[in-house]
Design a protein around this ligand. Structure first.
Ligand code: S3P
Length: 414
């Protein structure tokens, strides 16, 4: 069954979280169009409402008026969303708020030492449950730091940047490999003094912010499932409209190009500092590739789908340097390997990735989604491209990032 037609997808999840948080800093009204309708971004919105930020919806837009944050009356529930918890801790620390952050079972097991350590260095009073949630922060005088990031993580970078807005002095962050840079781009949009050069970023404290007026481009991490399906199914011709094409987010497209795909791009332009454009995807025969640590940040969320694609490519695909995948919504290295083996793939699990020997015809099997939206979407695509009876438990977890996933897929695969 080929994938055909044009897709208009909801806005990028990372930019959506940041849009509401940054809009909350401004006392003027911000307008945000095409925000992600997933549960993760809803967690961010409801936490900010709990902090006294005024947020209204119209059919097309979200309007935010902030400027002053209030002490939340109860725990801030971040649900399944690591981005909500980590970035909001940075934001509220910078605004001098006392708060307690909780999450669901998955989030309660995710590491928070990565933000606790730099925030403590900045002078934040922060307590945790053995370096995991719940996290409690209390109003503290913050100072700027000069921080060399031990891991490549846009969440950690953004947490520090947000806290740095309320510090007494400038903050400098240096990354090993550049991670997604939406916070830096959006700081410029709200008139924060921020300078990025090579792998270093300097940000000055700030207490007056311009409002945002943004149309959020389509999420490349969601688009990856549709693009991957089109690449795998003969006869496909699929267009994704107004897709985010930021260099730090196109590792999946670059990997597919190395595997033998070529894409047509249309209407490529810049919007609110982000590169966007339409992409046209057709079926291609693929061969295996190597993906290593310097590629990982730009493809981190797309690795489950890439692994599925690699099972259909001739030869060996080796992914290394991806140990961060073990601390996502699930242990994604384990989830990918266990489930791909279940449906007949030749895959070997490594501590920091996996090795896949393709091409294999997938067979029927029972998939454990581990309640992880990206694992569920990957294996639903596996069932469609293979035509086999691949059965998933808890299919509803796709609501975390894309509640309309099944409906949208049906609209292009007929
Ligand atoms: C995100 C950064 C990535 C990514 C996550 C969203 C962000 O996490 O996996 O889905 O919005 O900053 P890390 O920065 O921890 O790798």
């Amino acid at each position: 069954m080929p994938a055909n037609g044009s897709l208009i997808l909801p806005g990028d999840k990372s930019i959506s979280h940041r849009s509401v948080m940054l809009a909350a800093l401004s006392s003027q009204r911000s307008k945000i169009a095409n925000i992600s309708n997933g549960e993760d971004v809803r967690s961010t919105i409801s936490c900010l409402i709990d902090c006294g930020i005024k947020i209204d919806f119209s059919k097309e837009n979200l309007f935010v008026t902030g400027g002053t944050f209030e002490q939340p009356a109860s725990d801030l529930d971040c649900g399944n969303s690591g981005t909500t918890m980590r970035l909001l801790i940075g934001l509220l620390a910078g605004q001098g708020i006392n708060a307690n952050f909780i999450g669901d079972k998955s989030l309660s097991n995710r590491p928070m030492d990565r933000i606790i350590e730099p925030l403590k260095r900045m002078g934040l009073n922060i307590e945790s449950n053995n370096l995991k949630p719940p996290i409690h922060i209390s109003k503290s005088d913050l100072k700027g730091i000069d921080y060399n990031m031990p891991i490549s993580s846009a969440q950690v970078k953004s947490t520090i940047l947000l806290a740095a807005l309320g510090a007494k002095s400038e903050t400098k962050i240096t990354e090993k490999v550049i991670s997604r840079d939406h916070s830096e781009i959006m700081f410029k949009n709200i008139d924060v003094n921020i300078i990025s050069k090579d792998r270093s970023i300097k940000v000055s404290p700030c207490d007056e912010f311009s409002p945002l007026n943004i149309h959020i481009p389509a999420d490349p991490s969601t688009a990856a499932f549709f693009i991957g399906a089109a690449v795998l199914m003969p006869g496909s011709k699929l267009r994704v409209i107004n897709l985010l094409l930021n260099d730090t987010r196109i590792g999946f497209l670059k990997a597919l190009e190395k595997m033998g795909c070529s894409f047509n791009y249309y209407n490529v332009h810049e919007e609110s500092g982000e590169k966007v454009g339409d992409i046209e995807v057709i079926h291609h025969k693929l061969s295996g590739i190597n993906i290593n640590s310097s590629d990982i940040p730009s493809i981190i969320d797309e690795l489950p789908m890439l692994a599925l694609i690699a099972t259909q490519a001739e030869g060996v695909t080796k992914v290394s340097g991806a140990e961060e995948l073990r601390v996502k919504e699930s242990d994604r290295i384990n989830a990918i390997c266990k489930n791909l083996k279940e449906v007949g793939s030749d895959i070997v699990e490594k501590s920091d990735g996996f090795i896949i020997n393709g091409a294999t015809q997938l067979r029927s099997g029972n998939i454990d989604t581990f309640n992880d939206h990206r694992i569920a979407m990957t294996f639903h695509i596996a069932s469609i491209v293979s035509g086999e009876k691949i059965i998933l438990n808890n299919t509803d977890c796709v609501d975390i990032s894309f509640p309309d996933f099944y409906k949208t897929l049906k609209s292009v695969i007929r």
